[in-house]
Design a protein around this ligand. Structure first.
Ligand code: MN
Length: 232
């Protein structure tokens, strides 16, 4: 049997030990820092977490110049701790959740904020706001066997060297075990899944030419440059 066209290549993420991790799916937790929930106009009560998904192909490595997307005038950065899943499992308990972590990385959940808000306010899906081409930049994945599990530590973001986000991972409303337990109630986690764990306060817009850098204590930074709008 002849196939009609070549299958797309898998998305590959780089690890700090020189190995590669094939990306399976991308889950993103929303409003996981109280100060950010407030800046989005929401009450940061400890209501159950929520998440949305993105295509694996939105993941790009640190150092990439990503095109400014079409159909937006308000493209935002969101610095996030990314959890790389290393083991499959369904309905994982918080007690065992860390066994499912392969490692951690610094990442970005780039967002067409104008489209996200329009969808949110009309009760529509978030796809065009969140599941944006090139919108999930990712630094090197550091195996938990090397760096341990991240419960606290500074998470910061600069644009052209100016500090815009500055918080501590301990401020997350839902911690890493709780996030894994929650997502695995709805989907069987699989090796290669990435979970972006939410962003602190201070989100804002980027312009073409900006250099955005996410730093998390103990991890490699994630740096991107915003390039011109893609034409082809
Ligand atoms: Mn986010």
């Amino acid at each position: 049997m002849t196939t009609q066209f070549a299958p797309p290549p898998p998305t590959i993420a780089a690890c700090s030990d020189g190995t590669q991790l094939p990306v399976r799916r991308v889950f993103c937790i929303g409003r996981n820092y109280a100060a950010h929930a407030r800046e989005m106009g929401k009450d940061p009560d400890r209501e159950p977490p929520f998440f949305f998904t993105k295509w694996a192909e939105t993941v790009v490595s640190s150092g990439t110049t990503i095109p400014y997307p079409t159909e937006t005038n308000n493209f935002h950065y969101e610095a996030e701790l990314v959890i790389a899943v290393g083991r499959g499992g369904r309905s994982v308990s918080t007690d065992h959740a860390l066994d499912y972590v392969f490692g951690y990385a610094a990442g970005l959940d780039m967002t067409r904020r104008d489209l996200q808000f329009e969808a949110r306010d009309k009760g529509r899906p978030w796809d065009t706001g969140k599941n944006v081409e090139y919108s999930s930049p990712l630094g090197l994945i550091h195996p938990a066997s090397k760096v341990g599990h991240l419960e606290r530590g500074r998470i910061a973001l600069t644009v052209n060297g100016e500090l815009r986000q500055d918080a501590d991972l301990a401020e997350m409303i839902w911690d890493v075990p709780e996030i894994i337990a929650y997502v695995s109630r709805f989907y069987r986690l699989e090796p290669g899944d990435l979970i972006y764990s939410g962003t602190p306060a201070g989100v804002g817009a980027v312009e073409i030419g900006d250099v955005v850098e996410v730093s998390i204590d103990g991890l490699s930074s994630c740096v991107i440059t915003i390039g011109p709008v893609a034409r082809d």
